[in-house]
Design a protein around this ligand. Structure first.
Ligand SMILES: [Mn+2]
Length: 318
């Protein structure tokens, strides 16, 4: 079993350095802090260091360590939640004596000396939880359980994504046995600031609904200034239109440097082919478009409206 191989490497090294991807999210932090904390609890004589330069702005996390080249050179490097070396936050990972990659993204670049990728897992924290519960007799604490639960909860958007499988819930169940405060963790990760709450209220007043499955918002420079928000942060809130029964497709366009960027979302219809046509791309139900003129935005809206109404009509015929 590969978990035995990973553990024997951990046991072999006196020092372990953990790495994750740039712009870390909760799964990046959760998987490295979760695994690192578990190693510290079980092997108190080992030196465990958390590398990286960037913080995650969702939830509370411990501070990263200041790590010297020398410390990395003598260590076992474990990189979690990162599919390719280009995205590792702190390129000094390559100095390590032995490198382990643990990830749940498609294995496009199997870097390192030992690679464990499970692309069926909803989160890297699910994999680390599988690893930890494989060694059930070892020490496991509430703090480690919280780190891992936060990564699973965010990567699955509160257990709502298609990647949420029986094993995801099994892993979460195991973590819940360590007396973690589930509602408090949800609040920590998903409650809005007052500023965001007020912004979302204003955004809702800008939604245009065509009565046939398509909802959208277009924010030009002026409106963004009035909302006092950057175009990119505004687009992060495209899901202000999610969770509405009548909306099959929803989209948010923001003006940036004279052209428009857009985020497209859908429940069932594929929107990525249309996104490709408008200098963009992405996944079936979540895509982006870029560098559109205002009239291209209008024609994209027309095409999205057609997709949405076709879908609704085909559903009504059933
Ligand atoms: Mn992840």
């Amino acid at each position: 079993m590969i978990f035995d191989d990973i553990l024997s490497k951990i046991e072999e090294y006196d020092s372990i350095t953990l790495f994750h991807h740039e712009h870390p999210d909760c799964d990046a932090h959760g998987s490295s802090f979760g695994l690192g904390n578990w190693i510290k609890d079980n092997y108190p004589n080992k030196k465990v260091l958390f590398c990286g330069t960037e913080e995650c702005d969702q939830g509370y996390w411990p501070e990263l360590d200041i790590v010297t080249d020398e410390e990395i050179k003598n260590s076992l490097v474990i990189v979690t939640d990162t599919s390719d070396t280009r995205r590792i936050d702190d390129k000094r990972f390559s100095l390590g004596k032995y490198i382990i990659k643990i990830d749940h993204h498609p294995n496009l670049e199997p870097f390192g000396d030992l690679v464990y990728v499970d692309d069926e897992a909803a989160a890297s924290c699910e994999i680390i939880t599988d690893f930890i519960r494989y060694f059930k007799d070892k020490n496991m604490t509430k703090t480690t359980a919280e780190y891992l639960y936060k990564g699973i909860l965010t990567d699955t958007i509160q257990f709502k994504t298609t990647s949420t499988k029986a094993n995801t819930l099994d892993a979460a169940h195991y973590l819940a046995t360590f007396d973690i405060d589930i509602p408090e963790l949800n609040r920590e990760l998903f409650d809005n600031s007052l500023k965001t709450y007020e912004f979302l209220t204003k955004m809702r007043s800008k939604v245009v609904y065509n009565n046939k499955g398509l909802a959208y918002i277009v924010l030009d420079d002026n409106e963004l200034k009035m909302l006092n928000i950057s175009p990119n942060v505004a687009r992060d809130h495209v899901d202000v239109m999610g969770n509405v029964k009548d909306f099959e497709i929803w989209a948010l366009f923001t003006e940036i440097d004279g052209t428009y960027k857009g985020s497209l979302r859908s429940k069932h219809v594929a929107v990525n082919e249309l996104a490709n046509k408008y200098h963009g791309g992405g996944h079936k139900n979540a895509s982006g478009v870029n560098k559109l003129t205002r009239s291209e935005v209008e024609s994209l809206i027309d095409e999205l409206a057609e997709l949405a109404s076709d879908y609704i009509e085909s559903k009504n015929e059933l």
